[in-house]
Design a binder for this molecule. Structure first.
Ligand SMILES: [Zn+2]
Length: 459
C-alpha cells in the first residue's frame, strides 16, 4: 500500500492473473443476465484473469504466477456508467462566457454548443475525448454513452472519439448527433458517419467483452426535418439498433414543432419508426404522462440529466413519472456520476421531500447498469464470477459500516472521487491515484485556446 504512484494497487499485466484479497465487495446485480438488481456487500477476495472475474470467495488461495494484492478492507465496486455524455465538451471547461446575453436555452445552443461543434477539427475531437475520458476515469466512470457533434469534422469523428476513450482504456457506446442545421449535404454526412461506424463495429462476438458499441445519433426533434427522421429510422432498421437523441429538453422541442406545423416531438419519432426498443432519449423535461407511458410501452430509455437541466434553466424533469427504463447522464458537464445521483436525489427533496426518495434514486442508478447490460450483452454491475473486471478500488478509510441495506446512502453521502485509489476496465488498471494524465497539458491548453478563439469567445 506504500506505492503512492499506483494508488496502492498494481497495474495489471493482463497475461498475469490477479488476486485481490480482503476487499469489501459491493455489487448491484447478479451475474445472470436475466436477473433483477440485487445489491450485495460481502467481504472477500476476487480473482481476475484476462478481462473477466474468474472467482470470488471468502478465502481464495493464491495460484502459481498470480499477482496477489492485499486490499486491507478497501471497497471494490462496479465502475460507474454515464448514460448520456458529450466528450466533445471537455475542452469547453473553463471557457469564458460568450459576449452575448444567454437568456434562453436556444441562446445557450447558438452561442456556446453550436459554435463549439463547428470549431472542432479531428485533432481537437480526439484530444477532447482523451481529456474527457481521463476526467471520467478519475471519477470511477468506466463506460460512457457518448453523443457526439463536430459539424466541421463529421466523417471519421467517431473513430477519433473511440481513440480518445481507448487511449485511457474506457468503454463507449458512440453515435453522431445528426442534424439539419448545416443543410442537406452536412445532414447526409452525419447519417453516413453513424452508418459507417455501425458497419465497422459489426455484430457482437460471443465471449468477447466489447469495448465499443454504437447507436444511431440525432440531435433533437427541433433541428430535424421529417425526411431526416425517416432516414434515421431506415438506418436503425438496417442495423437493428436504437436511436440516441435529446427529447423534450425543455419546452423548445415542442414549441418549434408547433411553429413548424409538425407533430409533437415524441409523435414525430413514433411516426418515423424511431420508438425502437433500446433507444435512449435524454432529458424528458417537457413530457406528458401519456408520453411517459408511450416510452414505457416501447421499452425505450429516458435519461435524466438533472445538473444540466438546472444549469440551462430548461425546467424540472418529472423524475417520479419516468418509465421503468430510466438512467442518469451528465450531458457533458463531467462524468462524475455520484455527483449526478446526488443532484437527482437532492432535487427530489428540494421544496419538500418528494416521492423520489432512496428507492427512486436507486432505480435511476441501477438503470445505468441495466442499460449497459442490454446494449453490450455483458453483466455489468456484477462483480461475480464471469463478469467483466470493470471496478473501482475505493479507499475512503471506511469511517462507517457498509452493508446491503445502506449501500445507496454510501453512494449519496460517502463515496467521492477523491477516495478512488484505482480504476480497472476489463482487468487492466486504467487509473491510479497519482498517475500522470495521458496528454501533454501544453497541447491540451493550446488546442482549447485555439477552439475558444474560433468560437469568438476569446481574441
Ligand atoms: Zn446532451
Amino acid at each position: 500500500m506504500s506505492d503512492k504512484k499506483s494508488g496502492g494497487v498494481p497495474a495489471v499485466d493482463r497475461e498475469r492473473p490477479l488476486l485481490l484479497k480482503n476487499a469489501i465487495i459491493l455489487d448491484y446485480y447478479p451475474v445472470a443476465m436475466d436477473a433483477d438488481p440485487a445489491p450485495r456487500v460481502i467481504r472477500g477476495d476476487l480473482r481476475v484473469v484476462g478481462e473477466r472475474i474468474t472467482d470470488r470467495g471468502p478465502n481464495l488461495d493464491p495460484q502459481e504466477g498470480e499477482e496477489v494484492v492485499d486490499l486491507d478492507g478497501m471497497t471494490l465496486l462496479p465502475g460507474n456508467i454515464n448514460a448520456h455524455g458529450h466528450l466533445y465538451a471537455a475542452l469547453a471547461g473553463g471557457m469564458p462566457q460568450p459576449n452575448a446575453t444567454l437568456e434562453t436555452f436556444t441562446d445557450i445552443l447558438t452561442e456556446i454548443w453550436w459554435p463549439l461543434d463547428r470549431a472542432l477539427d479531428h485533432e481537437a475531437v480526439y484530444l477532447s475525448a482523451l481529456a474527457g475520458a481521463w476526467d471520467a476515469a478519475r471519477c470511477g466512470t468506466t463506460l460512457i454513452f457518448d453523443h457526439h457533434a463536430s459539424l466541421a469534422a463529421v466523417g471519421g469523428s467517431l473513430d477519433r472519439i473511440e481513440q480518445g476513450l481507448a487511449a485511457v482504456g474506457l468503454r463507449g457506446c458512440l453515435c453522431y448527433e445528426t442534424t439539419d442545421r448545416g443543410g442537406k449535404g452536412q445532414r447526409d454526412t452525419c447519417l453516413d458517419e453513424n452508418e459507417r461506424y455501425l458497419q465497422k463495429l459489426g455484430d457482437l462476438k460471443p465471449g468477447d467483452v466489447p469495448r465499443f458499441r454504437g447507436l444511431v445519433g440525432a440531435h433533437a426533434s427541433f433541428t430535424l426535418e421529417d425526411k431526416t427522421l425517416q432516414l434515421l429510422g431506415d438506418i436503425c432498421s438496417r442495423h437493428d439498433t436504437g436511436l440516441h437523441i435529446h427529447l423534450a429538453e425543455g419546452p423548445t422541442d415542442r414549441e418549434v414543432s408547433r411553429e413548424r406545423g409538425w407533430l409533437d416531438p415524441l409523435e414525430r419519432l413514433a411516426a418515423n419508426g424511431l420508438l425502437r426498443a433500446g433507444s435512449i432519449f435524454a432529458h424528458g423535461v417537457d413530457l406528458s404522462p401519456l408520453d411517459m407511458q408511450t416510452i414505457e410501452d416501447h421499452d425505450c430509455w429516458l435519461v435524466h440529466c438533472g445538473r444540466s437541466n438546472m444549469n440551462n434553466g430548461v425546467g424540472r424533469a418529472p423524475v417520479d413519472r419516468f418509465p421503468s427504463r430510466c438512467a442518469l447522464g451528465t450531458d457533458g458537464l463531467d462524468d462524475n456520476l455520484w455527483g449526478e445521483l446526488r443532484t437527482t436525489y437532492f432535487r427530489g427533496n428540494e421544496g419538500g421531500r418528494g416521492p423520489l426518495g432512496h428507492a427512486g434514486a436507486a432505480r435511476f442508478w441501477l438503470g445505468n447498469y441495466r442499460l449497459a447490460r442490454e446494449v453490450f450483452g455483458e453483466p455489468f454491475g456484477s462483480l461475480d464470477t464471469g463478469a467483466p473486471a470493470d471496478f473501482i478500488v475505493l479507499d475512503n478509510f471506511r469511517k462507517t459500516p457498509l452493508d446491503q441495506e445502506n449501500w445507496l446512502s454510501h453512494l449519496l453521502f460517502c463515496f467521492h472521487p477523491w477516495d478512488i485509489a484505482a480504476v480497472y476496465v476489463g482487468g487492466s488498471r486504467v487509473y491510479a491515484r497519482g498517475d500522470a494524465p495521458p496528454a501533454d497539458a501544453a497541447l491540451l491548453q493550446e488546442t482549447a485556446a485555439r477552439i475558444w478563439k474560433l468560437m469568438g469567445v476569446t481574441k
